[in-house]
Design a protein around this ligand. Structure first.
Ligand code: ADP
Ligand code: MG
Length: 608
């Protein structure tokens, strides 16, 4: 095992490393740093999240750039603004003794002029998200024509997010003879293609097996009916009273919905997704880091690069579209040498996805049962008992002790304990007393299961596929069409998917909830002088499998959807839905208003 000294770093950097408390290099650092220091080379480094990649490229870059010059010499591209800020922060810490060093973050959602001003002051290193970077280049607010070192961090994720063209564009403004260092957790084909296209004889290092997920994480799945997903999530949380978790949803909409419902049900939860302002996201992340929030509900994009060390559980509320994404999700736990659990809530139609994930992570999932009410009550009761046992006594109580003792003069210890615990426990017990078994057996052919698999296609639930009468001939490729739809419908990045353009027509998907909106928007709609028509399609995408008959019928289906149904659905989105939910839940759920404060399942440090 070498030390940071052995790797050949200078004293300023070594001092910063000591301050950071890094005692020895991680594997990726041990392998990458000497290569990058000793030669002018391109590099492809594959390593899981949490293995210290930032320092693996950060230290060599800091060592190699000329700090006395104000020219921008290093460019680090990363997929999200959170990650961009995180890297900037780390780089500043690594370089805190490098006098005159200026590292600037460039990312969307924040003032471009402020960022341009910072760059102008002389940034030797720029850390950027591709979108904003491209924007700044086209407005000539940055000059990257003298870059010597470029880093593509989380390359797989950048490509996943559709940044390929932006990256290509950005790199075309950099010198031919620069070095490119590509870091990635996984090596899908697209990454290999990028590496081939932009790099010259890159050296390769791999830490652990390619695409293997961290060993510290165990993987579990729970099979339930799709409609019980949320109840299952609650039980998994309740069965783990000290849980500190990230819950992943597929869309921003679901993310928001699940977080809101958890909060309503008394959990300390927060949502993190791209529709929130930068400020809101920062606040949520801050609360999460401080553990004021126990459950962070997030989209993949927003949660990318979250670096919080003590996450105990990752819960896949829904599986990601791409099996590779699972690696990123589960990598949020089991960091810094700790163990973690990655849980997946699946419905029957998705079970086969587990198999493809197993192949990628080269680990087996354990099928587990959603705990029943009695189990959860026991866990909660024992957790409460432990908490009480470990509670430090507040001696302010002493002066009231006489009157309290008088009140309990006739109560013996057992009875007192029972009463004491009942204050918290009864509410909880009542909730779970009549709870049903949520587990579905893999082989059973119950009605729900049958319906489920009939409704799904290509592994995706709840989505509608559309036909649109524009395509390649009208100048649309899939990305342009996606942008066009997002803009027209005022939707976010995740909301339009499976976009497939043909010559004179195309297909795309949205969640079912958006169907009314989509169809209404494209009624009598003209774009550049011609009618653009959108219909619900029978082509379900993803391998040409067909939907069940019905909802997909071109004309009839669409008309029906548009009339009458519209109103009904509007109401569902609004208050009607809410009161309905309250009513149906109140029978089985402990209501917060009844509890007069924190319930057992609620974390101690919840919102005030
Ligand atoms: P990755 O980019 O591979 O996901 P990071 O670079 O974000 O990982 O590092 C993960 C965490 O490990 C960070 O908190 C970082 O400060 C810490 N870290 C990095 N290198 C070391 C080291 N050599 N010793 C101890 N901690 C380290
Ligand atoms: Mg990283």
């Amino acid at each position: 095992m070498s030390t940071f000294q052995d790797l050949g770093l200078n004293d300023d950097l070594l001092q910063a490393i000591t301050d950071l408390g890094f005692t020895k290099p991680s594997e990726v650092q041990e392998k990458a740093i000497p290569i990058l220091l000793e030669s002018e080379t391109d590099l492809v480094a594959l390593a899981q999240t949490g293995t210290g990649k930032t320092a693996a490229f950060g230290f060599p870059m800091l060592e190699k750039i000329d700090i006395n010059s104000r020219t921008t010499q290093g460019l680090i591209l990363s997929p999200t603004r959170e990650l961009c800020l995180q890297i900037t922060n780390e780089m500043k810490q690594y370089g805190k003794y490098c006098k005159g060093l200026n590292v600037v973050a460039i990312y969307g959602g924040s003032s471009i002029t402020d960022q341009a001003r910072e760059v102008k002051r002389g940034a030797q290193i720029i850390v950027a998200t591709p979108g904003r970077m491209k924007d700044m280049i086209s407005r000539r607010l940055v000059d990257i024509s003298k870059i010597q070192y470029s880093v593509l961090d989380e390359a797989d994720e950048m490509l996943n997010m559709g940044f390929k063209e932006d990256i290509t564009d950005i790199l075309s403004h950099t010198p031919e003879d620069k070095n490119t260092w590509l870091f990635s957790a996984t090596m899908p084909r697209e990454v290999a293609t990028i590496a081939k296209k932009f790099m010259k004889d890159p050296q390769e290092i791999t830490v652990g097996n390619k695409n293997e997920s961290t060993n510290q994480v165990s993987h579990e799945y729970y099979l339930v009916n799709a409609r019980d997903r949320y109840q299952a999530l609650k039980r998994l949380s309740d069965a783990n009273p000290d849980i500190f978790s990230v819950v992943f949803c597929r869309t921003k909409r679901d993310t928001q919905k699940v977080a809101e419902q958890l909060i309503e049900d008394g959990y300390s939860a927060g949502a993190l997704h791209g529709d929130l302002s930068q400020n809101q996201r920062d606040l949520v992340m801050k609360s999460f880091r401080n553990k004021q929030i126990q459950t962070l509900v997030a989209t993949d994009v927003a949660a990318r690069g979250i670096d919080v060390d003590d996450i105990t559980h990752v819960i896949n509320y829904q599986l990601p579209d791409e099996p590779e994404t699972y690696t990123h999700r589960s990598g949020r736990t089991g960091r810094a040498g700790k163990t973690g659990i990655s849980m997946v809530i699946v419905s029957k139609s998705e079970v086969r996805k587990i198999k493809s994930i197993e192949r990628i992570i080269k680990k087996q999932f354990e099928k587990k049962e959603i705990p029943d009410g009695a189990d959860i009550c026991e866990v909660q009761l024992m957790s409460l008992a432990n908490k009480i046992h470990n509670t430090e006594i507040n001696h302010e109580i002493d002066k009231h002790l006489t009157s309290i003792n008088e009140l309990f003069a006739d109560t013996d210890k057992d009875e007192l304990i029972k009463k004491f615990f009942s204050v918290e426990f009864t509410r909880f017990y009542n909730y779970y007393q009549k709870s049903k078994n949520l587990n579905v057996s893999e082989s059973s052919r119950d009605r729900e299961g049958g319906r489920e698999s009939g409704r799904n296609f290509g592994g995706k639930n709840d989505s509608t596929r559309y036909f649109i009468n524009v395509g390649g001939k009208d100048g649309f490729d899939w990305m342009k069409l996606k942008d066009f739809l997002k803009e027209q419908l005022n939707l976010g990045r995740d909301d339009v998917f499976k976009v497939e353009t043909k010559d004179s027509f195309s297909f795309f998907n949205t969640e079912n909830e958006l169907k009314e909106k989509v169809l209404a928007h494209f009624t009598d709609f003209k774009h550049e002088g011609r009618f653009v028509n959108v219909e619900v399609s029978e082509n379900r995408g993803g391998g040409g499998r067909r939907d069940r008959k019905g909802g997909g019928r071109r004309d009839g289906g669409r008309r029906d959807d548009r009339r009458g149904g519209r109103r009904r659905d509007d109401r569902k989105e609004g208050s009607g839905n809410r009161s309905e939910r309250r009513r149906s839940d109140s029978a089985s759920k402990p209501r917060r208003s009844d509890s007069g404060g924190s319930g057992i399942s609620r974390p101690r440090r919840s919102r005030r």
